[in-house]
Ligand binder design. Structure first.
Ligand code: TYD
Ligand code: MG
Length: 453
C-alpha cells in the first residue's frame, strides 16, 4: 500500500484524520481541519537518549552575562513607544489590523527612514513594486536606499535575506506567503504557521529584526487562529476604524516592553503623522453641555488620555432591547445596566442602549464604568451634565465604587485641561488638593453618585 504523505488535524481538538472534511468527526467543529506534515516514525522512535550527543549546556541564572537589549530607533516616535523604546535586534514583531488601516503606510514610512542608516529589505507580496514606489514618491519619502523584493515564496525570501544580510525586514503580508513544503493554499493556517516558523528562525539565527504584517478577520482575530501570536516577540494591533482620522497602535504582547502601551497617529494626505499631544483628541468639543455625554480620563499604556463617553437611551419596540457598544466591552455594558437597575433603581429593560467612545479609541480598562453609567443616566433622563465635570471609577456588582490605578495622575491631567469638578472613587481621593482648586467629589457607592447628580 502506498505510504500516506499528507495528514489532517483538527485545530480545535487536535485529532488526526486521514482525509479532509468540513466538519470534525470528534468535536463537531466546522472549518477547523487543516493539513499537517506527518511525523516520520523514524524520528519518533529514535529512543536511546543516553547515547545522544548534546551540543547545548545547562546553566544557572547567575552565570548568564548581563546584556542590555540592543535597540535601534524606528525613526517614528510613537512606534518606538509601543515597541518599548525602539526595535530590538533579532526580534519578530507582528503588526495586525483591518485592511486599509495603514499597516503598509506606516512600515513604508519607517523603513525608508531606517534605510538611511541600516541595511533594510521590504518584501511585498500584496502590492506590486510600482505601487510601493508610487506611494513612497507621493509621501515624499527618501527612495534611494530601501531594498524592495516582490515575492511570496518563503524559501526564496530567506535565500535573498542570506545574501543581503539586512538588519530589518518587512513581510507584507504573512497571509500571502507560502512554503514549498506544504500543498495547502497561501493564507491557510498551516502555511502561515510553517512560513512564520521559518522566518522566526531566520530572525533569531541571523539577528534580523522582522516585521510581519497580518490581516485581521471580520471577527477581529488575526487570521490563522492566534498561531502567530505565540511565535513572535511582540504583537501590535491597529485600532480604530479606517473611516476616522486617528489611528491607535496598541501593544498586546511584548517580550521587550510594557503591554497595552499605545501610540497615536493621525492619517493625513502625507501618510501617518504622530500625534504629539494626544490627551484631548478623543473629545467631541460641544459648545454647550449635551445629554448623554460624560468625559472620563482613561489611562491607556503609560499616559492619561481624556475620552468622551456618549450614550443614547431610547424606548425599545423589540422583544429583546438592543445593547450596542462601540469601543467598550459589551459584556461590561450588560453588567453595568444590571447594577444600575438593582442598586440605582433605574429599570432599562424596555429601552435600547447605545454607548460609544468618541474618536474610535478602544477603552479596555474598568475605570470607564462610572462614566458609562452616568452617560446612560444622563441620556435616559435627558439632562445634560456640565462639560466641566470629569468622572472615573470602577463599579462593582454590589454597586460599590472601586478605586482605579494612577488616580492622582488622572486628576493632574484633568486640571491641566481646566476641569472644575470631578466625581472619583473615595479611595482615590488625594489627601491634599493641588489640582488648581478642582472640586473633588468622592463617592463610595452608586447611590451616593446618583444623589450628587
Ligand atoms: P494601507 O497602508 O495600504 O493599509 P493596509 O496596509 O493596512 O491595508 O492603507 C492606507 C489607507 O490610508 C488607504 O485607504 C488610503 C489611506 N491613505 C491616506 O489617507 N493618506 C496617505 O497618505 C496614504 C498613503 C494612505
Ligand atoms: Mg497593505
Amino acid at each position: 500500500m502506498a505510504k500516506q504523505t499528507v495528514q489532517y488535524q483538527c485545530l480545535e481538538c487536535a485529532s488526526i484524520l486521514n482525509k479532509w472534511s468540513g466538519q470534525c468527526p470528534d468535536c463537531k467543529g466546522w472549518n477547523c481541519i487543516e493539513e499537517i506534515k506527518p511525523v516520520s516514525t523514524a524520528s519518533r522512535n529514535r529512543g536511546n537518549w543516553v547515547e545522544h550527543k548534546t551540543t547545548t549546556e545547562i546553566v544557572t541564572l547567575d552565570r548568564i552575562p548581563d546584556a542590555d537589549t540592543a535597540r535601534f530607533s524606528s525613526r517614528i516616535d510613537e512606534l518606538d513607544r509601543v515597541l518599548g523604546g525602539g526595535m530590538v535586534h533579532g526580534s519578530v514583531v507582528l503588526l495586525g489590523g483591518d485592511p486599509g488601516i495603514g499597516k503598509s503606510t506606516i512600515l513604508l514610512q519607517c523603513m525608508t527612514q531606517v534605510s538611511q542608516q541600516q541595511n533594510t529589505l521590504y518584501v511585498t507580496g500584496e502590492e506590486s513594486l510600482q505601487q510601493v514606489s508610487l506611494r513612497a514618491r507621493r509621501l515624499e519619502l527618501p527612495r534611494d536606499n530601501l531594498n524592495l523584493l516582490s515575492s511570496t515564496c518563503v524559501e526564496e525570501i530567506i535565500a535573498h535575506a542570506f545574501q543581503l544580510k539586512p538588519t530589518v525586514m518587512v513581510i507584507d503580508s504573512i497571509q500571502t506567503i507560502y512554503t514549498d513544503s506544504l500543498q495547502s493554499a497561501p493564507g491557510s493556517v498551516s502555511q502561515i504557521r510553517e512560513s512564520s516558523a521559518l522566518l522566526v528562525r531566520l530572525a533569531k539565527q541571523h539577528n534580523i529584526a522582522i516585521f510581519l504584517v497580518g490581516h485581521v478577520t471580520k471577527e477581529g482575530q488575526l487570521a490563522g487562529p492566534r498561531v502567530l501570536e505565540h511565535m513572535v516577540d511582540t504583537v501590535l494591533y491597529f485600532e480604530g476604524d479606517s473611516s476616522t482620522r486617528y489611528r491607535v497602535i496598541r501593544a498586546v504582547k511584548n517580550r521587550f516592553g510594557a503591554v497595552n502601551e499605545i501610540g497615536i497617529f493621525a492619517m493625513t494626505d502625507q501618510g501617518l503623522k504622530t500625534v504629539t499631544n494626544p490627551s484631548a483628541i478623543f473629545l467631541a468639543n460641544h459648545d454647550k453641555p449635551v445629554s448623554g455625554s460624560i468625559i472620563m480620563v482613561s489611562r491607556e499604556g503609560s499616559r492619561p488620555i481624556l475620552v468622551e463617553i456618549q450614550a443614547l437611551v431610547t424606548e425599545s419596540h423589540l422583544g429583546n432591547p438592543r445593547r450596542i457598544s462601540v469601543g467598550l466591552e459589551s459584556n461590561r455594558l450588560a453588567m453595568l445596566l444590571a447594577v444600575l437597575q438593582r442598586h440605582g433603581g433605574i429599570p432599562l429593560y424596555d429601552q435600547d442602549v447605545f454607548i460609544n467612545a468618541v474618536g474610535g479609541v478602544r477603552i479596555s480598562e474598568t475605570g470607564a464604568d462610572l462614566a458609562v453609567i452616568l452617560a446612560i443616566l444622563s441620556s435616559y433622563r435627558d439632562k445634560a451634565v456640565s462639560n466641566n465635570l470629569l468622572v472615573f471609577g470602577e463599579v462593582g456588582l454590589s454597586g460599590e465604587i472601586r478605586p482605579v490605578p494612577n488616580g492622582e495622575e488622572r486628576l493632574k491631567e484633568a486640571s491641566k485641561h481646566g476641569f472644575e469638578s470631578a466625581i472619583i472613587p473615595a479611595a482615590n481621593k488625594p489627601r491634599k488638593n493641588n489640582y488648581n482648586g478642582m472640586k473633588l467629589i468622592a463617592v463610595n457607592h452608586l447611590a451616593d453618585t446618583l444623589n450628587v447628580l
